[in-house]
Design a protein around this ligand. Structure first.
Ligand SMILES: NC(=O)CC(=O)C(=O)O
Length: 297
């Protein structure tokens, strides 16, 4: 049977330290992406809001226009920087996320852009589940004050490796997205994400390992580095989990790059040992990947 991951792949998650200066953030991202590629990474991931501080008051100020695509350099310096980085690195680049302004609808989004090694845009994912939470005395955050949600599941075909799924941060808490992508054949679920000191401690590792365990696929969570002087303190701890829900590699809080080699046998081995994949009872409950799923915005 054909393997979901067709050939060995080195994954790199860049736990980037970003600040208020977008140009500096883009330059820093470029140097880290090239460093990861020079170490052999085939797929490189950046964090959520990698080119700006993360916070409701920053979305409009840092937003860029992505549609109609391709945007001009003035409309989206980050689009062009990411495309150039991917091409220079000769690697797939899951470009974290940036705040997007869609002029036609007058709406803002938290948007990922994924590029191929030739610098071509492969996919665009707008965060589907907005981060609206209120934990009294700890953290209140309401992305929906400014942002609108995306409306689709994003699966990206990397021809020589297989399919990956891309979603953003809070999306990881919704197992349906992950399960649909896995059942559609994704070998790796990637989440640029910025959990915080409250929810990171509680749920970051659990979410990563749960999505891997439920779906018996690789999972990567890529955080910004922690900055205690920023308004929002990211959890850090970017991690890569294998299809058996074991942590392959994990960072601490500081800026760094995390690497892991993904094995072509591991998904099928895991599914053979614990065969939940073929033991599902769709006569008892529905297959959520088989119903009305949106892949197009
Ligand atoms: N920042 C997010 O979107 C999500 C998050 O921090 C959490 O789920 O916790």
């Amino acid at each position: 049977m054909a393997k979901l991951l067709k050939k060995p792949l080195k994954l790199a998650l860049v736990q980037l330290a970003s600040g208020a200066d977008k140009t500096a953030n883009l330059a820093n991202a470029r140097s880290k992406v090239l460093e990861a590629a020079s170490k052999g990474a085939n797929v490189v991931v950046l964090p959520e809001c990698f080119n700006s501080p993360y916070g409701v008051k920053y979305f409009a100020k840092y937003s860029e226009t992505l549609l109609p695509s391709p945007p001009s350099k003035e409309q989206s310096p980050s689009f062009h920087a990411l495309s150039d980085m991917a091409k220079e690195a000769k690697a797939y680049l899951v470009g974290g996320s940036i705040p997007e302004y869609w002029a036609e609808a007058k709406k803002y989004y938290n948007t990922n852009l994924t590029f191929g090694p030739d610098g071509k845009l492969l996919a665009m994912h707008r965060k589907v589940h907005l981060f609206d939470i209120d934990i009294p005395g700890k953290i209140t955050f309401r992305e929906s004050e400014v942002l609108s949600p995306g409306n689709k599941v994003t699966i990206v075909d990397l021809p020589e490796y297989g399919k990956i799924a891309v979603a953003i941060c809070y999306d990881v808490r919704f197992p349906e997205l992950a399960m649909i992508a896995a059942r559609k054949g994704a070998f790796l679920l990637l989440y640029p994400g910025a959990f915080n000191l409250t929810t990171g401690k509680l749920h970051w590792e659990l979410q990563a390992r749960a999505r891997a365990m439920d779906n018996q696929v690789y999972v990567g969570l890529c955080s910004p580095a922690r900055d205690m002087k920023a308004d929002y303190n990211a959890w850090g701890h970017s991690m890569i989990v294998d299809p058996n829900a074991e942590i392959l590699a994990q960072l601490e809080e500081k800026e760094d790059i995390l690497y892991a080699d993904l094995d072509t046998e591991k998904i099928e081995e895991t599914r053979k040992s614990i065969p939940i994949y073929s033991q599902r009872r769709f006569d008892v409950y529905p297959d959520i990947s088989d119903g009305k799923v949106r892949y197009e915005e």
